[in-house]
Design a protein around this ligand. Structure first.
Ligand SMILES: [Zn+2]
Length: 192
């Protein structure tokens, strides 16, 4: 923890770089990814403060849309789309994802019931080679399922119909830094 505190202590010593941020934010992109510490969206994309609106959840799961049961995730997505007017949403899964790995392997998660119950939102359950430590196949199918889930959000469906929004499925390799994107033409994850 101490190195993080030391950095935070000196971080604000160049206030001129941040002064304009007081005027507001107008990010163009909502970036949805896992809470995993190895995934650092600003590092991957080179985004500066104000450029990327982020939603991070365990396993980058997008829960079902249910307006009668508001979720933090739906609120974040709604705000990004309806208020900030983002034009793109990236769902970025990553290799070696603990959440997706647990789903693929069918791990017993009774010791962490909050995690277990959250992962129930991942339907269909991601399939893949359980012996693959990167769970590549599982993560990639899981990312596509989350993009599909986004489409079921009524305000996203509307924006897509109006061609005001584009959805992107990304797969990030934590051990190489490589990013692959799902291309509909080939129905495969390929280099950016
Ligand atoms: Zn993860």
């Amino acid at each position: 923890m101490q190195p993080l505190i030391d950095n935070a202590r000196t971080f604000g010593q160049r206030p001129e770089e941040f002064a304009r941020l007081a005027e507001g934010q107008s990010p163009q992109v909502l970036f949805i990814t896992c809470s995993d510490s190895r995934v650092v969206p600003a590092l991957i994309t080179g985004a500066r403060p104000g450029e990327l609106f982020e939603l991070r959840t365990a396993g980058n799961i997008v829960p079902p849309y249910a307006s009668e049961h508001p979720t933090s995730e739906a609120a974040t997505i709604e705000y990004a789309v309806e208020v900030l007017g983002v034009r793109d949403i990236v769902v970025c899964g990553h290799s070696h994802c603990g959440a997706v790995g647990a789903l693929v392997r069918g791990d017993d998660l009774d010791a962490v019931p909050a995690v277990r119950d959250w992962l129930h939102h991942a339907t269909p359950r991601p399939m893949g080679a359980a012996e693959d430590p990167a769970v590549t196949e599982g993560v990639q199918s899981h990312v596509l399922a989350q993009v599909l889930r986004l489409r079921s959000y009524p305000f996203i469906d509307k924006k897509l119909a109006e061609e005001q929004l584009t959805l992107h499925a990304w797969y990030y390799e934590v051990h190489t830094g490589a990013v692959r994107v799902h291309r509909t033409e080939s129905d495969a994850f390929e280099g950016l």
